[in-house]
Unconditional design. Structure first.
Length: 391
């Protein structure tokens, strides 16, 4: 064999380098797993914390929910910090890294560190606030706003980090990353519909669907597209529902009773969240239309998908809301009989009336449909940006 023939059998240096990079990306970094675990644990803690407030009240600072949230926040903060330290010290790990103040790491990792700092700062701030001003009369206080801002940044950082890994990973090795991204996106969606307008008693008001149009299309479509899965929006909506349904079935297994008053409802166990909104349906509508409108402009897609998502959601949620108000739903599956101890002794299974006239209802719904076009367009742009994210 000649020297020329021998050399021709050896893989080119660039090919070997690309193979080495692809091998590193195809394996999910342990720091990304740690960030994902932190987000999941924090969400579990927040669900337990809300249930604790509904069942026991704020009896101490170190409640199970607060402690679990602290652990989750610490984990994803450490994940970001470790990744930045390793990328800064080892040049071979800087593939897909951004440079910030002389440090290297994924954009999401920097966000996670900042989010952890903000959330940990909110804890002593919240404790001081309660000692100075007493128990919260409402949820919106400066410490809670700082916590929510940090939590939002933590979720965004995790999504950005996972999206960059998906974009750089070979097609055949994306499955674990896609599922991690979908679950993190579902957790992110749970943060959005916390407005009072989306409670069970508001599901027959146009204001509820206006609030949905404001928050959901952008998040659902952006994360669904960024997952790079054909049914990404459907998967995100389904995962959101699965997490809340699991909470409804598990939390009542733990005993609890009120420790502060006034007590209007007899409570003997942790009170779970309300049955989830049926977001799997607008997710399915969005996926079907995105596949059909693949070559159309983004504004044309938004013009069609936005109203279709809201109308599809309205078509299933409106009659299902009537079922949730009926005695047939007051069981362990749907959990509508679980009421917080502070719920007044009125009829909790009665719809609110926000729009006094049919014209007011129609005008608000028309506003929701127009708003959905803008938020869908935002979701498409956000999703396309995450699909291009490499660091």
């Amino acid at each position: 064999m000649s020297a020329t023939e021998f050399v021709s059998l050896a893989p080119p240096v660039r090919s070997r380098a690309r193979s080495a990079v692809a091998a590193r990306v195809s394996a999910v970094p342990w720091t990304a797993w740690l960030a994902f675990a932190g987000v999941v644990i924090f969400r579990i803690g927040s669900i337990v914390d809300v249930a604790w407030h509904k069942s026991v009240g704020r009896d101490a600072f170190w409640t199970p929910g607060h402690t679990t949230m602290g652990v989750g926040g610490l984990l994803f903060g450490l994940a970001g910090l470790f990744e930045i330290v390793m990328a800064t010290r080892a040049s071979g790990r800087r593939e897909g890294s951004a440079r910030v103040m002389g440090l290297y790491g994924p954009v999401g990792a920097f966000l996670l560190v900042w989010a952890n700092f903000a959330m940990l700062s909110s804890s002593p701030f919240d404790d001081w606030w309660h000692k100075t001003y007493g128990l919260d009369l409402n949820f919106v206080t400066p410490p809670h706003l700082l916590l929510m801002l940090g939590w939002f940044a933590g979720q965004a950082g995790t999504l950005f980090w996972l999206a960059s890994l998906i974009n750089r990973a070979p097609q055949e090795s994306r499955t674990p990353l896609v599922w991690m991204f979908v679950i993190a996106a579902a957790i992110h969606m749970m943060f959005l519909p916390t407005l009072n307008m989306t409670g069970r008693s508001s599901l027959h008001t146009a204001g509820c669907y206006f609030a949905i149009a404001l928050a959901i299309p952008a998040s659902l479509i952006a994360t669904g597209r960024a997952s790079r899965h054909k049914w990404g929006c459907t998967m995100v909506g389904g995962a959101y529902m699965a997490i809340i349904m699991a909470s409804i079935w598990v939390l009542p297994l733990f005993p609890a009773q009120p420790k502060i008053g006034p007590v209007y409802q007899q409570v003997t166990h942790l009170i779970p969240p309300q049955f989830p909104l049926l977001f799997i349906v607008p997710g399915l509508v969005a996926d079907l239309l995105l596949q059909r409108l693949g070559s159309r402009s983004s504004w044309m897609k938004a013009l069609i998908i936005g109203p279709a998502v809201i109308l599809g959601f309205l078509a299933v949620q409106w009659p299902f809301a009537s079922f949730l108000m009926s005695p047939s739903s007051r069981n362990w599956i749907f959990g509508t009989h679980y009421l917080p101890y502070y719920e007044p002794a009125l009829n909790p299974w009665k719809f609110k009336v926000l729009e006094k006239t049919t014209a007011a209802f129609a005008m608000t719904m028309a506003g929701a449909l127009m708003l959905s076009v803008l938020t869908t367009r935002l979701g498409l742009a956000w999703g396309d940006w995450m699909r291009r994210l490499q660091r």
